[in-house]
Ligand binder design. Structure first.
Ligand code: ARG
Length: 546
């Protein structure tokens, strides 16, 4: 069942033959929506817009939804929903705030590749942003009815494990005693060792071969390193309150057994050729080739991503594959997608999208650094936010800052601004939810709790009530739009607008001490539900009080 605005739009389109492009009315006295189609049609047909507008409203029969339509100015059609229809639609959102979201006939299988931190490396800001954005997209896509398979493509394979394992053996460390933090320190020592000691470097290279050929001791230590890092990732996920679990792990090493076949197929079909010892795919219009196998015989990041595409399509039956990875990897993904297309592994029916995102900057406009000048880790960012706010609010602040701008833009990590309870922030939305919850609680204490079953909105006469109701019924459409175009900032913008309508409503319409008390409480309840549902889709906790 489509939402009310969509029904209205579809009914008009059926009569006039073009998208009516309904816009919110610019002033309450003009009704709720405005349709400019007559002006566009008139220009096409060389006729007078008012004449066409008149024909349109005569042909339309919308009495079951709207007040009589009106023509204004040069030929605008003003549309006002019937109050009972508006009230009924809002009441329907009490049971399901997303009632009316456009359901797809067959749920699409969507692969969402996000988070993807690297073993024995600190989780960097890119992993943080990817985790937060990916988590929001999972929630939004699931709300729309898609079947989402999260794939946490962790970096758990590569030549660096040769030197890591070798360093552990040289130092005689019990790998099980490591943590993500201490393994990062170990990594640094191993790198230094590799750089300065030729015999260690040789041993580390031999260790890579041992790892690849499945040497038992080497594999065991490698696996321990992964387990240690996984525990660290999970601590970060718990701190962020995201949905990822171990069941979503599908790291680079998983594709290892598939890489020989991937290269063999690319060679057989003539798509990959050897250039200066490396196996490369040269793509039209691209100066740099995609390197599938390095000249030393090792497989790299690209080979793994090609194998992953095949696996996701052939085994997981993806209809859509989404990669939430920082914008600097845009070229990598465009090459991988192009190569997969050439190889015939990526049919046109499958959508692949790289959802890139910008960097987090410090107040000085440069890459964000911690106070002691180190690169920022996820923990240091969250610690900074928690210095000024309780954890729930701090996390909301960070997530909202991450989601509320166009993803591709860099944003400044300004803790004071992000955690403010006024303005376009996560804490402001939490506060809006807490405040409406408080009103409902107070009403309940009076022995007059809103009963969702018998709830009824009877009064919607005030413009502020109508504006709030109109905002509420837009919610399902906004969520559907984000599920399509993967731009969470639209949901943030919507919720901010809703919270603003709510505060105008408070100013202009008394709730508890009013003749319309019962009806307004129901409107409050519906707003509380939509805010809570919207915040949940952003991965933000909706508090009862603040
Ligand atoms: N581990 C990579 C990094 O930290 C991100 C991996 C993204 N996913 C992928 N399929 N390549 O930059």
């Amino acid at each position: 069942m489509p939402s009310l605005p969509q029904t209205l739009s579809a009914r008009i389109q059926a009569v006039i033959g073009v998208d009516p492009e309904l816009r919110p009315a610019t002033k309450p006295q003009f009704g709720h929506y405005q349709c400019n189609a007559a002006l566009r049609l008139a220009a096409d047909q060389g006729r007078k817009p008012r004449e066409i507008a008149l024909e349109i409203i005569e042909a339309l029969d919308l009495d079951d939804l709207c007040e009589p339509l009106e023509i204004a100015g040069p030929g605008f059609i003003n549309i006002r929903l019937r109050t009972d229809v508006l009230a009924q639609t809002v009441t329907g959102q009490l049971a399901d705030p997303l009632a009316g979201i456009e359901q797809v006939e067959r749920p699409a299988t969507v692969i969402l590749d996000y988070s993807a931190p690297n073993v024995a490396k600190p989780m960097h800001v890119g992993n943080l942003r990817s985790t937060i954005i990916g988590d929001c997209l999972v929630r939004v896509l699931r709300a729309r009815g898609d079947r989402v398979i999260a794939q946490n493509h962790i970096g758990d394979w590569g030549t660096q494990f040769g030197m890591l394992v070798e360093q552990i053996l040289v130092e005689g460390i019990d790998a099980t005693t490591l943590t993500l933090d201490t393994s990062v320190e170990l990594y640094k020592r191993a790198q230094e060792h590799f750089r300065t000691d030729e015999s260690f470097a040789a041993a580390a290279r031999a260790r890579v071969v041992a790892l690849q050929s499945g040497d038992e001791l080497t594999r065991k230590i490698w696996q321990t390193l992964i387990d240690v890092s996984k525990a660290g990732f999970n601590r970060a996920y718990a701190r962020l309150g995201v949905l990822l679990t171990d069941a979503d792990l599908a790291g680079e090493s998983m594709y290892n057994p598939m890489l020989d076949q991937v290269t063999a197929d690319l060679i057989d079909t003539g798509i990959a050729t050897v250039d200066a010892g490396a196996l490369c795919v040269f793509l039209p219009g691209d100066d740099t080739p995609l390197i599938v196998r390095k000249s030393d015989g090792g497989y790299g990041y690209a080979a793994t991503d090609l194998a992953a595409i095949r696996y996701r399509i052939d085994t997981l039956h993806a209809d859509r594959i989404i990669y939430v990875v920082g914008s600097p990897q845009a070229h990598h993904f465009s090459q991988v997608f192009a190569a997969a297309r050439l190889a015939g592994w990526l049919p046109d029916s499958v959508d692949v999208e790289h959802v890139g995102f910008g960097s987090v900057l410090g107040a000085d406009g440069k890459m964000f650094k911690t106070r002691d000048g180190k690169a920022v880790t996820l923990d240091s960012l969250l610690d900074a936010a928690e210095e000024v706010a309780v954890p729930e609010v701090a996390i909301a602040a960070v997530k909202y800052a991450d989601l509320s701008n166009s993803l591709h833009k860099d944003y400044v990590f300004d803790v004071a601004r992000m955690t403010a309870t006024t303005g376009d922030t996560g804490p402001y939305l939490q506060y809006a939810h807490a405040r409406v919850s408080q009103i409902l609680r107070r009403a309940g204490a009076d022995g007059d709790l809103v009963n969702d079953e018998s709830a009824l909105i009877t009064a919607l006469a005030e413009p502020a009530e109508q504006a709030l109701a109109l905002a509420l019924i837009r919610f399902p459409q906004v969520v559907a739009e984000v599920a399509d175009d993967l731009q969470p900032h639209k949901l943030c913008g919507y919720l901010f607008e809703l919270a603003t309508h709510l505060s105008v409503f408070y100013e202009q319409c008394p709730v508890l001490h009013s003749d319309e008390r019962q009806s307004r409480l129901v409107l409050c309840r519906a707003t509380q539900k939509v805010l809570a549902c919207g915040l949940d889709l952003l991965g933000i906790h909706a508090p009862q009080s603040m």
